[in-house]
Ligand binder design. Structure first.
Ligand code: NAG
Ligand code: NAG
Length: 251
């Protein structure tokens, strides 16, 4: 019975990503609902299958395109989060001679660790769906339509310090990850661009103030988030919607 369920889910997850990639720019409610159902299956499987390998983080691997960034060799995957929020920018004036400047980001992080361990193909396409989904007003609610649990919050501690706070409820205290940029590569050409392109893939290393066993964070599978090329007609501060997957590694 258990074995049968696993086989069935594998078949679905193998079939799904290709289908969704073909329609990356054309999400319908029907597709979103289908995606939601698959996520429900994943959750059911997670709860029903007690085998230790059901959510084995050692199986987690970065997407192959991330090989353009410093490798996490020697470190172990800890968690994977689906991030959904905004990249913030400022414009010194509203002329076409000025370029927008990055000014932090704010995103909610949803726990995609088990999806990463069991359905990597599906995980890669998840930000493309998430980009089209409006976040629930309750910031502690799970991610619709697939009920992925809130795992933390991403924001900037100061201008150069992306922070990931993984303490959400009194019984979910998973630490604080303070980082600095260690490298970046342009998003692949097939990334979902949104209005002005997908933000870069990033390699971040942890810094002082980190609480917990975290050494590096990768932002990958980015969807949208880039600003227009120039500040023409833009206000002094603005946000671009984005989604991405964040991989956390520790010792
Ligand atoms: C970024 O924009 C959000 C709104 O999406 C805002 O709440 C936040 O304060 C801004 N953060 C920075 C660093 O500008
Ligand atoms: C993410 O989900 C896994 C599997 O349910 C769980 O073991 C882990 O504690 C969760 N991580 C966070 C940071 O909530």
């Amino acid at each position: 019975m258990r074995f049968g369920l696993v086989l069935c889910l594998s078949a679905v997850s193998l079939a799904a990503p290709t289908h969704f990639l073909d329609h990356a720019y054309d999400w319908s409610d029907e597709l979103a609902e289908f995606y939601g159902k698959i996520s429900q299956y994943i959750n059911t499987a997670k709860h029903n299958i007690r085998a230790p390998s059901a959510c084995d983080v050692s199986k987690i691997a970065l997407p192959s395109y991330a090989s353009g960034l410093t490798s996490p060799d020697g470190l172990k995957p800890v968690y994977v989060a689906l991030g959904r929020g905004t990249q913030n920018y400022t414009c010194a004036d509203s002329s076409s001679k000025t370029a927008p400047v990055a000014a932090g980001a704010v995103a909610r992080l949803y726990n995609a660790t088990c999806i990463a361990a069991n359905y990597p193909g599906m995980l890669e396409t998840l930000p493309n769906l998430a980009y089209k989904v409006t976040l629930p007003t309750n910031e502690y609610a799970s991610f619709p339509p697939s009920n992925i649990d809130l795992m933390g919050h991403h924001f900037f501690y100061d201008a150069t310090t992306p922070e990931f706070n993984l303490n959400t409820t009194p019984d979910k205290q998973h630490g604080i990850v303070m980082t600095k940029k260690g490298g970046s590569i342009d998003a692949p050409s097939n990334a979902l661009s949104g209005e002005h392109g997908a933000v870069a893939w990033l390699y971040l290393t942890t810094t002082d103030g980190t609480v917990g066993n975290y050494k590096s964070v990768y932002r990958v599978d980015t969807a949208a988030g880039s600003p227009p090329k120039t500040c023409k007609g833009m206000p002094s501060a603005f946000q671009m919607q984005y989604a991405a997957n964040y991989y956390f590694f520790g010792e």
